[in-house]
Design a protein around this ligand. Structure first.
Ligand code: SF4
Ligand code: MG
Length: 323
């Protein structure tokens, strides 16, 4: 498939509040030179511990956040420099679904109004046509007409997330960033929402960036998975190919924790030491303080993401030369 989204050398720095007047301005590199592509109709998963830069990456892709450096191409065209007007038509095509739809849904307005508003903003259809789009979209997310007049607080978490999805869908987008969309829901509701997202993808030929800290969920949803650590992409794996093994020690730790369901087990394997302070990340490979294979080279030189003979892309000195 051809690439719908091409990301190259993407960087996002946040200034850290200064402690004193004479202190040098410091930055957190929330995203530190990330490159990947997403094919049309593909689901690209992003996984990693909280604070690794997943959400920041997703928000830059739909231009809710301005990047510090780097390139984002959509259908072959650079979108990072676009002004408001040019962004307006693109906004229809690039949507986002958040973890907490309650925070993004206007509590004072009924669902029908919430779903119609973006159509009005984008000057789509007359009143009757808009109503038809809204009811069609509601139906597609499994909610009937009776929801038009209901308010967000009257809905369950799962129903609210269906409305969140509908409000992303109503403008007929091509690409949706889905950021921890099921993390706050019960497991049984989670699988309903995940299957709904898959169904809608099929039906509309949607392309997804699927962000979650939960590797089980990411694997279930994704064609390829990118693993982030302290703002960097450390590995990209095609999870459709059953033989693909994780290579990076961090990914291996993540994947080895899968059969164990408790967070406690996962921590035992992963967190030999705490996540380093992102303001002053470790020299060399940022994973070295937690890596059982770290050498002097790892402490001095940062590895690059490169193609491995298995087909994975991996950033680790253990696989220098692609082997
Ligand atoms: Fe571990 Fe070195 Fe590979 Fe980093 S580069 S993951 S420290 S072996
Ligand atoms: Mg996040």
């Amino acid at each position: 498939s051809t690439a719908l989204i091409e990301v190259e050398g993407l960087v996002k720095n946040y200034p850290v509040p200064r402690q004193g007047l004479w202190e040098r301005q410091q930055y957190v590199k929330a995203v530190d030179g990330v490159s990947f592509q997403i094919g049309e109709g593909e689901t690209f998963g992003l996984v990693g511990e909280s604070g690794c830069g997943k959400s920041t990456t997703g928000q830059m892709l739909v231009r809710l956040l301005e990047r510090t450096q780097g390139s984002i191409r959509y259908r072959g065209s650079e979108i990072t420099g676009l002004d408001r007007r040019a962004m307006r038509s693109l906004r229809r095509e690039l949507q986002i679904v958040f973890q907490d739809p309650y925070a993004s849904l206007n509590p004072k307005k009924p669902i029908g109004w919430i779903l119609e508003e973006p159509l009005i903003i984008h000057r789509i259809g007359d009143r009757r046509e808009r109503r038809k789009i809204v009811t069609d979209t509601l139906e597609q997310v499994g909610l009937d007409n009776s929801y038009l007049k209901r308010y967000p607080h009257e809905l369950s978490g799962g129903q609210r997330q269906r409305v969140g999805i509908a409000s992303a869908l109503v403008l007929n987008p091509k690409f949706i960033v889905i950021d921890e969309a099921v993390s706050a829901l019960d497991v049984s509701i989670q699988s309903q929402i995940l299957n709904l997202l898959k169904e809608l993808q099929q039906r509309h030929g949607l392309t997804y960036l699927f962000i979650s800290h939960d590797l089980n969920v990411v694997q279930y949803m994704s064609d390829r998975v990118g693993v982030m650590y302290l703002g960097k992409m450390v590995e990209i794996i095609d999870v459709r190919e059953a033989k693909r093994e994780p290579l990076h020690p961090y990914t291996q730790a993540l994947f080895s924790a899968i059969p164990q369901v408790t967070a406690h087990d996962r921590e035992r394997i992963l967190l030999r030491r705490d996540l380093p302070n992102p303001v002053s990340p470790p020299q060399g490979c940022a994973f070295h303080p937690r890596c059982p294979y770290a050498t002097d080279k790892c402490r001095q030189t940062a590895p690059e993401l490169q193609r491995h003979e298995s087909g994975n892309r991996v950033s680790c000195h253990l696989y220098e030369g692609g082997k």
